[in-house]
Design a protein around this ligand. Sequence first.
Ligand SMILES: [Zn+2]
Length: 214
Amino acid sequence: MIEYTHESQYKNFEVYIMSDSPRSSKSRKVLIEGSARHVHLKREDVEALFGNGYTLRKKRDLLQPGEFLTEEKVAVTGPRGTVERVSVLGPERKASQAEVSMTDARALGLAAPVRLSGDVAGSAPVRLTGPAGSVELAEGCIVAKRHLHITPADAEAFGIDGRETVRIKVGGERGLVFEEVAVRVSENFFTEVHLDYDEMNAAGLSGEVYGEIL
Ligand SMILES: [Zn+2]
């Protein structure tokens, strides 16, 4: 069994304030935020895990409008182990899913595919456990594909409209270029890159960090 500290879960959801907007700059500098392991739940599974009629309690808004960290935690279990106290993000979704790092997936014994959130067809089976019970997801465990959330205006300003992927360069002593960063465009997004913590750590990134779209 693997245990992760409460503290590390919080650290991963720090909200960063942009000091200068990419809109005002000719550079293609973009905020990078680490996404910790988390789950999304459908209504039925919220009730199975936390009790009939239960409503997720908002702890903090995330940078993406409408998305929030809740007070709730679940255990995520695979054939080889369990990760305790995994954050639940709101709002509820149509299908439950667990997004873990590749390191987590190996420790859990799951062959979780690299996918964008929501693309769970044929992904790894996983068990979620809350205070009121467990649910077995026949599919739903993925490793989040690295991606750029961007508004149409920023995509135009950055000259990347219509591109499906971009490359993002980060500096520092473990600086590197992230290839194959999926571009997700919506009016409703806040422009930022989402990496998981395997990727953040590989590049030695923490705190408020920016990358450059190449
Ligand atoms: Zn994202």
